[in-house]
Write a protein that binds this ligand. Structure first.
Ligand SMILES: CC(C)(COP(=O)(O)OP(=O)(O)OC[C@H]1O[C@@H](n2cnc3c(N)ncnc32)[C@H](O)[C@@H]1OP(=O)(O)O)[C@@H](O)C(=O)NCCC(=O)NCCS
Length: 186
C-alpha cells in the first residue's frame, strides 16, 4: 500500500489512539531498537499514552488520515545550563517501512520544533550502529554524524555502540534559506 507523503500529519497523542498505538508498539520488530518494552495489551497502550505521550513536552503522533501510525519525539533538556539542547527519536509502524514516511515526519518535526522551542539550538539523536534505517532518516532530515559512542547504552539487555548525530538550529535555518533561494532562482 503506497502512501502519498503529503497525507502525513503530526499532532499530539490522544487517548483515542490507544488501539492504533497498540498495533505498532505491540510489535517486537518495532521496539527492537527502542528502550521501551513491547506493549502486551490495549490497556498498556492507553496507560502509555496517558502517562508518557500526553505529558511529554513534544511528542507527536505520525498520522495518516488522522490515524496514528508512529511517533516522533523531541525532548528538550531542562535547567538553565542544558535547555539549549533536545533529544530526537522516531518510530513508524513496521507495515509502513520503506516509503519515506519517517524521513518526511522527521523533517516536519524538526521544522516545527525549532519554531516551538526557539531557545533550543541543538538537537541530538543517538542511533544504534546497526540501525541503518534510522541513521539514514536522521541524515536525510539534516543531522550530521559526530561520531560513535562505544558501549554507550543498554538496549534490550545488550550494551550497544551508538552513533551520535546533531542538527543545529543555524544549520536548519541556513538550509531552509538556501532551498528558498534555489526555489526562487529556478
Ligand atoms: C528507522 C525507521 C524509523 C525508518 O522508517 P522508514 O519510514 O522506513 O524510513 P524511510 O522510508 O523514510 O527511509 C529513509 C531511508 O532509510 C533507508 N532505510 C530504511 N530502512 C532501512 C534498513 N533497514 N536498512 C538500510 N536502510 C534503510 C531507506 O532506504 C531510505 O534511504 P534512501 O532514501 O536513501 O533510499 C523505522 O525502521 C522504525 O520505525 N524502526 C523502529 C523504531 C526505531 O528503530 N527508531 C529509531 C530509534 S533511534
Amino acid at each position: 500500500m503506497e502512501i502519498e507523503l503529503s497525507k502525513i500529519t503530526l499532532r499530539p497523542f490522544k487517548l483515542e489512539d490507544a488501539d492504533d498505538f497498540f498495533l505498532f508498539a505491540g510489535d517486537d520488530e518495532f521496539t527492537m531498537n527502542l528502550r521501551w518494552k513491547t506493549l502486551t495489551s490495549k490497556q498498556e497502550a492507553l496507560d502509555h499514552i496517558k502517562d508518557v505521550c500526553i505529558p511529554h513536552p513534544w511528542r507527536r503522533s505520525i498520522c495518516i488520515d488522522d490515524r496514528s501510525i508512529g511517533f516522533v519525539s523531541i525532548f528538550p533538556f531542562s535547567g538553565e545550563e542544558d535547555k539549549f539542547k533536545a533529544n530526537f527519536g522516531i518510530g513508524v509502524a513496521v507495515k509502513y517501512w520503506g516509503q519515506g514516511i519517517a524521513t518526511r515526519a522527521a523533517k516536519m518535526a524538526v521544522s516545527q520544533f525549532f519554531v516551538d522551542f526557539p531557545e533550543v539550538v541543538r538537537l541530538e539523536a543517538f542511533v544504534d550502529v546497526e540501525n541503518l534505517g534510522s541513521q539514514r532518516v536522521v541524515e536525510k532530515a539534516g543531522f550530521q554524524k559526530e561520531g560513535v559512542l562505544r558501549k554507550y547504552a543498554h538496549v534490550k539487555g545488550k550494551l550497544r555502540d551508538l552513533v551520535l548525530y546533531s542538527i543545529l538550529s543555524t544549520d536548519f535555518h541556513a538550509a531552509q534559506a538556501q532551498a528558498e533561494a534555489e526555489g526562487c532562482l529556478s
